[in-house]
Design a protein around this ligand. Structure first.
Ligand code: HEM
Length: 204
């Protein structure tokens, strides 16, 4: 029982639930769907002629592939490519028109915090922003290197930027583990920065 001399306890205020822009939510849902389709069908295509080691090289288990055979994998890959790249393009236009990239993306102050900051919460937040900012050029690279392989005649200038076909295939392939690792790091950082309520806010 509290004595009358104790100061009255203030009721704990729960901060309002985080809110996300509709475009950001749509971007997330379509990324999850299109990237799952792109990665699994991409591994099906990979298995037809592995980037590392040729036909005798290591193959991915059937359970993580989509399409059943090379042509099936290609059909899925090129269909999902439209969803993935249009989503990226529309979200890109949105963040530029609204200047969202200035507010929500990593800036020099985040880098400064990571170098000299003392507040661990602010440091986590800076990491969070740096990580999701860093994935954007990787996503653009995945589309550009894919396009260079899909239409090497029409986009010969783009293919030429990658020096040779093996480098082009390798760069395109490396975007896959990068995106998978990013998804883990990004999800963990989102949980660290804003707990489950922040993660929930991006999908609901
Ligand atoms: C796999 C593809 C993904 C990509 C490319 C991606 C990219 C991004 C980007 C660019 C932002 C900043 C958005 C903005 O403010 O306009 C963001 C925010 C966010 N993402 Fe993702 N994300 C992905 C997946 C995920 C997943 C799987 C989760 C959770 C499990 C997640 C949770 C969040 C949260 C909670 C925020 C909001 C951060 C905040 O408000 O501080 N994302 N993401």
């Amino acid at each position: 029982m509290s004595s009358s001399s104790e100061p009255a306890r203030r009721p704990k205020k729960t901060p309002p639930a985080p809110k996300q822009a509709l475009f950001t939510k749509i971007f997330h849902w379509l990324n999850i769907i299109s990237l799952t389709l792109m990665i699994t069908s991409g591994l099906q295509i990979y298995n037809a002629n592995p980037v590392f080691g040729g036909r005798a090289g290591w193959h991915f288990p059937v359970a993580v592939t989509l399409g059943g055979w090379l042509a099936g994998g290609r059909h899925w890959h090129f269909a999902a490519m439209w969803l993935f790249s249009m989503n990226l393009l529309i979200y890109g236009i949105y963040i530029f028109i609204t200047r969202r990239w200035k507010r929500r993306y990593a800036s020099s102050s985040d880098i400064q915090v990571l170098q000299t900051g003392k507040n661990p919460k602010r440091k986590n937040y800076a990491w969070h922003r740096v990580v999701y900012t860093g994935i954007m050029p990787v996503l653009v690279l995945a589309v550009a290197s894919g396009l260079a392989m899909y239409k090497p005649v029409q986009f010969s200038w783009l293919s030429a930027l990658f020096i040779n076909w093996q480098i082009l295939r390798t760069v395109h392939f490396i975007t896959v583990p990068t995106v998978v690792l990013f998804t883990f790091a990004h999800s963990l950082l989102a949980l660290k920065v804003g707990q489950f309520r922040l993660v929930k806010s991006i999908f609901t």
